[in-house]
Design a protein around this ligand. Structure first.
Ligand SMILES: Nc1ncnc2c1ncn2[C@@H]1O[C@H](COP(=O)(O)OP(=O)(O)OP(=O)(O)O)[C@@H](O)[C@H]1O
Ligand SMILES: [Mg+2]
Length: 253
């Protein structure tokens, strides 16, 4: 049975896609069978791994019931992937039937036996796509920028998780908060870590010991459509994501 992990934060630009890509690629390098699904209509994950975004079926087609999940999977060098579609942005109005929260969970069911990990990259919103991701997930990784404003969104995210637990998925957990674009030498970053730990404690959340340092390597790798491990295996960012993956595995995620 695959472990399903959402990478989520309703705040934009916090490193969700970068984290999904790095964790998926890193787990695959360790020999796990990994499927990543791009649930963001922006389609950044598909681009980052150099997927075919022109003619291939997307998760939109799967959720609509028009394409079977296995026929939407693309094999790329760094992971198996299902791309998103701009049409996903209309899904809130398009899918109104009861049970619409469970569409992704149902779509993933036949894939469970073929993968060890299924990673879901979510859009920067707490709408129906993110609810579908949470309903289908065992746990959630919350990337967070190391600034004060980012802390304010965590309580709201936690409320959404609480609602999904109550109505759709009682087993859902939050694995923890991953500080991204962290600068271990800056006082502000260290203060944010301290504040994050206080807020997290209040909400009974975990802040991962590992953090991801700020580095242009992240966007360079993305624009060259390579994982950070292939593009610059010795870079800070590859080391940090490597350490983070080890921490995830050590925590039994
Ligand atoms: N550790 C890092 N250091 C420097 N830049 C980073 C880091 N992580 C991500 N970035 C860059 O920040 C930008 C936003 O990252 P990313 O796309 O992963 O965020 P996101 O949360 O998925 O955004 P969105 O909410 O729009 O989906 C990208 O240009 C990415 O290359
Ligand atoms: Mg993204």
């Amino acid at each position: 049975m695959a472990k399903v992990i959402s990478v989520s934060n309703q705040k934009g630009g916090v490193g969700k896609t970068t984290t999904t890509c790095a964790v998926a690629a890193g787990l695959k390098k360790k020999g796990y069978r990994v499927l990543a699904i791009d649930l963001d209509p922006q389609g950044n994950l598909g681009f980052s791994v150099g997927a075919n975004t022109e003619t291939s079926a997307s998760i939109y087609d799967v959720l609509k019931g028009e394409v079977k999940t296995q026929f939407a999977i693309q094999k790329t060098p760094s992971m198996d992937l299902i791309i998103s579609s701009i049409l996903l942005s209309g899904i809130e109005l398009e899918f109104t039937d009861t049970g619409r929260e469970f569409l992704l969970k149902e779509a993933l069911r036949p894939m469970q036996a073929f993968y060890d990990y299924i990673l879901l990259d979510t859009p920067p919103a707490l709408g129906i796509l993110t609810i579908n991701a949470f309903t289908a997930s065992d746990t959630i990784i919350v990337p967070m920028l190391s600034d004060i404003f980012s802390l304010q969104g965590i309580a709201q995210l936690d409320e959404t998780v609480e609602r999904v637990r109550k109505y759709c998925n009682s087993d859902l957990s939050i694995a923890g908060i991953l500080l991204t674009r962290f600068n271990p030498r800056a006082r502000l970053s260290r203060e944010v870590r301290g504040t994050a730990e206080l807020i997290a404690e209040d909400l009974h959340l975990h802040v991962f010991d590992s953090y991801i340092r700020s580095s242009v390597t992240a966007s360079e790798a993305q624009s060259l459509q390579q994982s950070v491990f292939d593009y610059a295996p010795k870079s800070h960012i590859a080391q940090d994501y490597g350490r983070f993956i080890d921490e995830l595995l050590a925590r039994g995620v």
